[in-house]
Design a protein around this ligand. Structure first.
Ligand SMILES: *Cc1c(COP(=O)(O)O)cnc(C)c1O
Length: 332
């Protein structure tokens, strides 16, 4: 398997949520802490970037271009990774330049990235033109796709399943369901391949975050394409079809980055019961999806469930109005 460039602290912790398991007492709940990967406040993109930067350095590139929303956790972690690897970092972020930077946007800037604002295009539509521009300046840019989601980035999550499996066996725990936020598809593709390769027998419940398609392609298809590409070089014998790609779309109605009572309940519950912070865009939505499943017994009682915390903490500071006590009631 491909080698990686070390950027984070692994394995990330795996532990039980004891108070929450008392609250939802038909279930035992665990959490995998990829909010603690260590790269400039952590997050799941660190795992992908270890493989993507290795490839960029292997190709002799001296600059990275990637894209996302202004509050992109992927872009903030890419900026940090580039600082470590001494690569120039170009971020193409949707929208227009705000008067003041905050949350992930502020951190990306502090981490030294060059930030380009791309209007309505928040998923990398303008990457090619910037690449040409940099090449004309004599640079050798490496493109990391939206969310770091391709078969190279997904390797980080193939490896994460090996890591998880070792932790589960040393803690003598078996997990029936894994809940996580799925958005650009790289994590889901990697986790799916990892479960196959390392024979981890569990049911994935990926919670859809963004109801918009990426470049006109449904997320299930994006995940399937990454799996098919990855399968060419990995020990995977089965062939996947679109029906093999689960995606729960019960919680994405408000749209990407729109804060509702769901995220409010999730963030408040985990913070006040376990002292763990979720984010308003991804993990808040996915965690709500999980507790809704437990509350309504949508999965069999006595199941052991795992919430895979994928990070996103800095975006909290973009949602201070929604989360402040004076104004929070509107979201309850
Ligand atoms: C990117 C991200 C996800 C989703 O991972 P994908 O591989 O893009 O599907 C989930 N949570 C957080 C906090 C993220 O930044």
């Amino acid at each position: 398997m491909t080698s990686k460039y070390n950027l984070g602290f692994f394995p990330t912790p795996l532990h039980e949520l004891k108070t929450l398991s008392t609250l939802y007492d038909n279930y035992t709940i665990y959490i995998k802490r990829d909010d603690q990967t260590g790269l400039a406040t952590g997050g799941n993109k660190t795992r992908k970037l270890e493989y993507l930067l290795q490839e960029a350095l292997h190709q002799g590139c001296d600059a990275i271009i990637t894209a996302g929303a202004q509050q992109s956790n992927h872009c903030r972690q890419t900026a940090a990774a580039c600082a470590i690897a001494n690569l120039e970092c170009h971020l193409m972020l949707g929208g227009t330049r705000p008067d003041q930077f905050d949350g992930n946007l502020l951190l990306s800037s502090i981490l030294g990235a060059t930030i380009h604002f791309t209007g309505d295009n928040r998923k990398g539509e303008d990457i090619i033109s910037l690449k040409k521009q940099l090449e004309q300046q004599g640079k050798k840019p490496y493109i990391i796709p939206y969310g770091g989601s391709n078969s190279i980035g997904a390797m980080g999550f193939v490896h994460a399943i090996k890591e998880l499996k070792a932790q589960l066996s040393s803690q003598q725990v078996q997990i029936d369901y894994i809940f996580f936020a799925s958005s650009s598809g790289g994590m889901q593709a990697g986790v799916t391949m990892g479960c196959e390769i390392y024979d981890l027998n569990t049911t994935l419940i990926p919670i859809n975050i963004d109801k918009d398609e990426t470049h006109g392609t449904a997320l299930e298809q994006v995940v399937l394409d990454i799996i098919r590409e990855g399968s060419k070089t990995l020990p995977i014998n089965r062939s996947y079809t679109i029906d093999d790609i689960p995606l729960n779309k019960e919680y994405d109605e408000a749209g990407y980055g729109v804060f509702t009572h769901q995220e409010n309940k999730a963030i408040t519950t985990l913070a006040q019961k376990e002292g763990i912070l979720l984010d308003p865009v991804y993990t808040g939505r996915a965690f709500y999806g999980m507790i809704d499943h437990l509350e309504k017994k949508k999965i069999p009682v006595n199941s052991k469930v795992l919430f895979w915390h994928t990070g996103g903490f800095p975006a909290i500071f973009k949602f201070t109005e929604a989360l402040s006590p004076q104004t929070k009631a509107a979201y309850e």
